[in-house]
Design a protein around this ligand. Structure first.
Ligand code: HDE
Length: 738
C-alpha cells in the first residue's frame, strides 16, 4: 500500500482569513473584493424551490460534484492500483474533465476582446419633453453594465491596437432592458448591413496563414477599403489618434445611427447619442501603443479595473444631438440615415441628458463580461429605431449571434442579462431553460390561465412602434443618391485636426500602407486620399515612395469642426499615473511629499527603484517601491518625476553594462531609456533634487517644453499636474512645415 499523503499544513491557524496558505479546516470562501459586484441572480420567473437564489455560485464548506455530492479526493484518479490503469467508473474524473472540455464558448465574431464594469446612470430629466423613456425622467437612477472592446482581435489579443472600440451599455430600467450598443467612432465603414461580412472578412487575419492578429495594416483590409470608398470616412478616424485610445476611460462613445425619441404625446424627434468622458478624450502615440502591446497586452483592461478598484470611478455624460423628424430625414445636407456620416457639433450641439459612473468591477469575467449579450433591438418605450439600413440589419444579427454564442434562446436568463423589470413572456423550453413556468396556457388568447398575461396599453408602459408612414415604393437593391458622397466627411475630419494630429494621421496611413505587399493596393488608396486632401495624399505618397495622384472627385468642403480635435483643452488629472524614479540617493522626504501631493490630486504615484521592497526604513520615513527597473516601462506613466537614478555598482547587476547610454556611467541605462521614451512621447517630466543628473545623462535639455525642476516637491507636483491636464506637452512635437 502506498503511504497516505496529506494536504494538511500543520501550524497554519484556520482563522487566518487572508492567508495564502491552504487552510487546514473548512471555512466560508472569502467575500468578494470591495471593488467587485455581480448581478443579482434572482430569476424574474422565481426560483424553482422558492428559496432565494444567491449571487455566489459556490456555497458551503466542502467540495462537491455538480450534483452536490461531497468529495474526499479530487487530485487522484480512481486506478486499479497506484501504477495501474484508470477505471471508467470514475464518475468524478469524467464529470471534471468533461466539464473542462466544454469550458470554452465561441468567442464573439467581432468585438471578442473586451472589459466590463458595473455602474449607475442618473438622468438629468432634460430629455423628458422629447422622450417618454422612464429612465430618462428627472433624477432617475438606473443600474448599468458596460462592455468596452476592440473589434478585430481574438479574445486573447492585445488591447492597444489600432482599431475601433466598442462601447456597449446595458441599462437595467424599470420598463425593460435598454441596450445602447455604440462605438468610440461616430461613423461606420458601410452604409448597408449586408456588407458587414465583407468588411469583417477583409479586416480579420488572412484566411491562409491567419495573420496578422488584431491589425488593419495588411493587404485584404486596404484592398477592401480602397475599392469600397464609403469606408474612407471611418478609416480616416481609425488612422487618427482615435484609433489608439489612452484608456477606455478617456474615450468618447457614439450611438452611430440616428434613433427616434417618442414623447408622451407621441411626438417624435430624431437623435444621435454621444458619451462624453469627464476624464477627457486622450490617446496613445503609435510607438507607445506598440511598446504597450508587448509590455502589457492587458493595458486597457488593467487600467479600467485598477481605476475602479482605487475608487477613481470613471464618468461619462450622455448627450443627444436632436433633429426634427422631417420627411426627408436630412439635416444641413447630411442624410441622417447614412451611418457613414456624423453631424458636426457646431451644427447641432450635444445636449447633456444624464451621467454614468462605473463604480464596480465584475466578480467573474466569464459570467459577466463574456456572457453579457447586447442587442440594439433591446428597446424601451420612448426610444425607437429608424430605417438606417445598417441598423436594420443589426436588429436581426445580434439576437441571432447570441443564440449560437450562448448556446440557445434562453440567454436572457443568464444573471448578467436578466432584466430588472418583471418578465412575463410566453417563450417556453429550449436549451438551458432555468425557469419553472407554472400554468398550462402559454398562448393567447386563453381561458385556462384566466386569460393571463394581459396586454398592456400605452397608459401602463407598453412599447408602441412609431406609426411611421412607409411610402409606396419599388422593391429594389439600391441606396438613395444622398449616400453617394464618400469623401467630404473624411476631409472634414482631417482638416479639423491640429497639425500634430494631422501628422499622426499621415504616419498612420504611411505605416499601414507600407505593410501592404501589393503596390496596386497602395496606389488605389492614394487615389482615394487624393479626393480627401491633396496635402495628406502627397505626404503619404512621399513616405511610400510613390507618385501622388490627382483628385478625381469633388473638392472637399472648406468648413472645419474644431470639436473633433483632442488638443487644446485641459482636463481633470485624477486617475492619471505618475512614475517616480528614486533610489537610495534620493531625498526620501521629498519623494514622500511628492507622493502625497500627487495622491491629494487623485493622481496615482508609482515609485520605480532598482529593486523592490522599501527605500529607507519601512517604518521610518521610507518609501515603498511599486515598480523596479525590470517591471517598469515609460508607457505605464502619463508623466515622470525623477529623484535620482544612479547606476548600480558594476557588479550589482550581472550582465548589465552600467555605462551604456549613460555618460560617465552615473545613471542607470534603464532609467535613461524610461526618461528618453517619456520625453519622446511628449510627457511632462520633473526632476526633483538629485534627479537633474538623470535628465542630463538622458540628453534631455532642461529648458525643453514640459521639463520642470526644483527641490520643493509640492510646487513641482503643481506644475506637473498643470502640464498633465493638457494630456501631453504638445509643443514638444516639431512644428509642421507644410
Ligand atoms: Fe456590431 N456586432 N454589427 N456594430 N457590435 C456584434 O454581436 C453587427 C455595428 C458593436 O460588447 C456582434 O454579441 C452587424 C455598428 C459592439 O458584446 C454581432 C453590423 C456598431 C459590439 C454584430 C454591425 C457596432 C458588437 C458580435 C452591421 C456601432 C460588441 C457579438 C449591420 C454602432 C457588443 C455580438 C458587446 C457586436 C453584428 C455593425 C457595435 C455579430 C451585422 C454600426 C460595440 O452580432
Amino acid at each position: 500500500m502506498p503511504e497516505e499523503t496529506s494536504t494538511n499544513i500543520p501550524g497554519v491557524p484556520a482563522s487566518e482569513p487572508a492567508s495564502l496558505e491552504e487552510p487546514t479546516t473548512p471555512r466560508e470562501p472569502l467575500p468578494p473584493k470591495p471593488d467587485q459586484r455581480g448581478p443579482e441572480a434572482v430569476s424574474p420567473t422565481g426560483s424553482p424551490t422558492g428559496a432565494p437564489e444567491t449571487a455566489r455560485a459556490q456555497s458551503g464548506q466542502y467540495l462537491t460534484t455538480a450534483q452536490g455530492l461531497r468529495l474526499r479526493d479530487t487530485d487522484h484518479s480512481l486506478k486499479a492500483g497506484s501504477r495501474g490503469p484508470i477505471l471508467l467508473q470514475d464518475h468524478h474524473l469524467r464529470e471534471k474533465i468533461t466539464h473542462f472540455d466544454h469550458e470554452r464558448i465561441p468567442e464573439r465574431v467581432v468585438h471578442a476582446r473586451g472589459a466590463g464594469a458595473h455602474g449607475v446612470f442618473r438622468s438629468y430629466g432634460t430629455a423628458a419633453n422629447i422622450t417618454r423613456a422612464g429612465f430618462l425622467a428627472k433624477d432617475v437612477e438606473t443600474p448599468v453594465f458596460v462592455r468596452f472592446s476592440t473589434v478585430l482581435g481574438s479574445r486573447g489579443s492585445a488591447d492597444a491596437v489600432r482599431d475601433t472600440r466598442g462601447f456597449s451599455t446595458k441599462f437595467y430600467t424599470d420598463e425593460g432592458t435598454y441596450d445602447l450598443v455604440g462605438n468610440n467612432i461616430p461613423v461606420f465603414f458601410i452604409q448597408d448591413g449586408i456588407k458587414f461580412p465583407d468588411v469583417v472578412h477583409a479586416a480579420k487575419p488572412h484566411p491562409d496563414r491567419e495573420i496578422p492578429q488584431a491589425q488593419s495594416a495588411h493587404d485584404t483590409f486596404w484592398d477592401f477599403v480602397s475599392l469600397h470608398t464609403e469606408a474612407q470616412a471611418h478609416t480616416m478616424w481609425n488612422m487618427s489618434d482615435r484609433g489608439i485610445p489612452r484608456s477606455y476611460r478617456t474615450m468618447e462613445g457614439f450611438g452611430v445611427h440616428t434613433f427616434r425619441f417618442v414623447n408622451d404625446e407621441g411626438r417624435t424627434t430624431l437623435v444621435k447619442f454621444h458619451w462624453k468622458p469627464k476624464q477627457g478624450v486622450h490617446s496613445l502615440l503609435w510607438e507607445e501603443a506598440q511598446i504597450i502591446n508587448g509590455m502589457d497586452p492587458d493595458f486597457h483592461r488593467r487600467d479600467l479595473a485598477d481605476a475602479i478598484e482605487a475608487g477613481a470611478y470613471p464618468e461619462w455624460e450622455l448627450g443627444v444631438q436632436t433633429f426634427p423628424d422631417t420627411e426627408d430625414q436630412m439635416f444641413e445636407g447630411i442624410d441622417l440615415l447614412d451611418p457613414t456620416k456624423f453631424v458636426p457639433e457646431e451644427l447641432a450641439p450635444v445636449q447633456p441628458i444624464g451621467v454614468m459612473m462605473l463604480n464596480a468591477n465584475p466578480t467573474n469575467y466569464f459570467a459577466e463580461t463574456e456572457q453579457v449579450a447586447f442587442h440594439p433591438g433591446h428597446l424601451v418605450p420612448g426610444i425607437d429605431v429608424t430605417n438606417d439600413p445598417l441598423l436594420q440589419v443589426r436588429l436581426f444579427s445580434y439576437l441571432d449571434t447570441q443564440i449560437s454564442r450562448l448556446g440557445g434562446p434562453n440567454f436572457g436568463q443568464i444573471p448578467i442579462n436578466r432584466p430588472q423589470s418583471p418578465v412575463n413572456d410566453m417563450l417556453r423550453d429550449g436549451m438551458h431553460q432555468q425557469a419553472v413556468h407554472s400554468g398550462v396556457a402559454p398562448y393567447r388568447p386563453n381561458s385556462l390561465d384566466g386569460g393571463c398575461p394581459f396586454l398592456a396599453g400605452e397608459d401602463v408602459g407598453a412599447f408602441i412602434d412609431v406609426p411611421e408612414e412607409v411610402a409606396a415604393a419599388i422593391k429594389e437593391r439600391r441606396n438613395p443618391a444622398s449616400f453617394d458622397d464618400h469623401y467630404s466627411q473624411a476631409s472634414l475630419f482631417f482638416r479639423s485636426l491640429s497639425p500634430v494630429e494631422q501628422d499622426h494621421v499621415i504616419q498612420a496611413y504611411t505605416f499601414e500602407l507600407g505593410k501592404c505587399y501589393e503596390k496596386s493596393i497602395r496606389e488605389r488608396q492614394l487615389a482615394a486620399l487624393a479626393n480627401v486632401d491633396s496635402g495628406l495624399c502627397a505626404a503619404v505618397a512621399q513616405g511610400l515612395g510613390l507618385p501622388a495622384p490627382e483628385a478625381t472627385e469633388q473638392g472637399p468642403p472648406s468648413e472645419t469642426s474644431p470639436a473633433l480635435s483632442q488638443i487644446g483643452k485641459t482636463w481633470p488629472v485624477a486617475g492619471r499615473v505618475v512614475g517616480i524614479l528614486a533610489d537610495a540617493d534620493s531625498d526620501l522626504t521629498a519623494v514622500n511629499a511628492a507622493r502625497q501631493a500627487l495622491d491629494a490630486q487623485g493622481i496615482v504615484p508609482l515609485v520605480i527603484a532598482p529593486s523592490g521592497g522599501f527605500l529607507g526604513q519601512a517604518d521610518d520615513g521610507g518609501v515603498p517601491v511599486q515598480r523596479t527597473y525590470l517591471t517598469a516601462r515609460s508607457t505605464e506613466f502619463d508623466a515622470v518625476i525623477v529623484a535620482s537614478a544612479a547606476a548600480p555598482a558594476p557588479d550589482a547587476a550581472p550582465g548589465l553594462d552600467a555605462k551604456a547610454g549613460a555618460p560617465g556611467g552615473r545613471v542607470d541605462p534603464r532609467a535613461t531609456l524610461l526618461l528618453t521614451e517619456a520625453f519622446r512621447h511628449a510627457k511632462a517630466i520633473a526632476s526633483l533634487g538629485a534627479g537633474a543628473a538623470a535628465l542630463t545623462a538622458a540628453g534631455i535639455p532642461e529648458d525643453a517644453p514640459g521639463i520642470v525642476a526644483g527641490d520643493d516637491a509640492e510646487a513641482l507636483v503643481t506644475e506637473l499636474s498643470g502640464l498633465l491636464s493638457a494630456h501631453r506637452v504638445w509643443d514638444r512635437f516639431p512644428a509642421r512645415t507644410a
